[in-house]
Design a protein around this ligand. Sequence first.
Ligand code: GLU
Length: 485
Amino acid sequence: MTTSGVRVRIAPSPTGEPHVGTAYIALFNYLFAKKHGGEFILRIEDTDATRSTPEFETKVLDALKWCGLEWKEGPDIGGPYGPYRQSDRKSMYQPYAQELLDKGHAFRCFCTPERLEQMREAQRAAGKAPKYDGLCLTLTAEEVTSKMAAGESSVIRMKIPTEGSCDFTDGVYGEVSIPWDSVDMQVLIKGDGMPTYHMANVIDDHLMKITHVARGEEWLASVPKHILLYRYFGWEQPVFMHLSLMRNADKSKLSKRKNPTSISYYSALGYIPEALMNFLGLFFVQIAEGEELLTMDEFAGKFDPENLSKAGAIFDIQKLDWLNGRWIREKLSEEEFQQRVLTWAMENDRLHQGLKLSQSRISKLGELPDLMGFLLKSELNLDPSAFARIKSTPEELLEILNTVQPDLEKILEWNVESIEAELRAVADRMGKKLKVVVAPLFVAMSGSSRSLPLFDSMAILGRAVVRQRLKLAAQTVASLVGPKN
Ligand code: GLU
């Protein structure tokens, strides 16, 4: 039982690799619960059925566990307010949508995607922000009934006040005022009956008795919709806290195109979770110089949610490296260190898989570090000459690397078969033989053209490491491309 009644949550959408930004928000919530003797729970928000996958869900859960951010309730362990996965709660949302329709707070909208696109197009052309124009608000009850009877597809939208503003106090931003006329008549239930994020999020936070909603600042503009839903239902709203996003050193939004953002990437490279949490935790406490090395318990003691800066959390890899080095050297005992190394080498079964692939390719065990070391290395020293030995020109190599990269992003389930299928499709599309396409990839992944089978190696390395190595390879090859005249 909580002593304070405080209940907070992390609510990831399993639509991609587990993001360090998720760990950052999760850590805030975790520390908040710890400080108040409350509970921290995990809910999976997979209302976007086309982008959510079981693989990503498992990875998010594993990554947050790896971080040491344990939850009291969640899809893996259950709890009193389950299920904790929105797709398993689908049938719970419909009655609430009906309630809003009955009370006149929501309406059915039959507009086709084509009409909505034309409407937005016209609004953009007139220099206005795209927003639903309310056409279906004018339908009579009889018109709605007959359209429904005729089987016309519809969504349910919420009504929005036409005047005034939504004023609220954000735990981080302070007083916020957002004019209602800038708020869209949000779709609550989609054509397929699935709720949208906004609908499911508010209902679940209420049913799961969440008292404080701490999340990224990208959701600040959605608060009016959420507050309105709480009012429509007559529910008490939670306290909102919107944290500034993590940014690259140049202040741009942290994105995988610039820096690796996947927690799996950092664990694969041998960052230790305490150091990553230490790095993220420093965004939430005020400390004097020299006090940087802190454990989770120490953070909970120092945690001060009232005193966060809005300046933004800079993802400074050098600082993370520095903290990681200090954790390894100063905080781990000899036994702990050795244990960590073994666990790390075994991550994703990569040591076993690597050995399995290597056995038929060596005559002495001592050849193993050279043959399979690339599966464990944090950095490959890519030598441009390894690419120069491939028959294709540097321009062709660059084209291959740049074509493969975005194509691999489309793979939903990352495994040997899907990687092979995608690379074959790329080769077909480019009108090249598969062996021509894979030649630079061998070097990109392992640093050498003689190494373990490519598709298996890529599967073992994982998406995030593969993405980073392709990027490095493209940079290396670009250095071989002569200056254009
Ligand atoms: N599913 C949302 C996300 O992944 C959660 C936002 C929220 O915490 O309300 O960003």
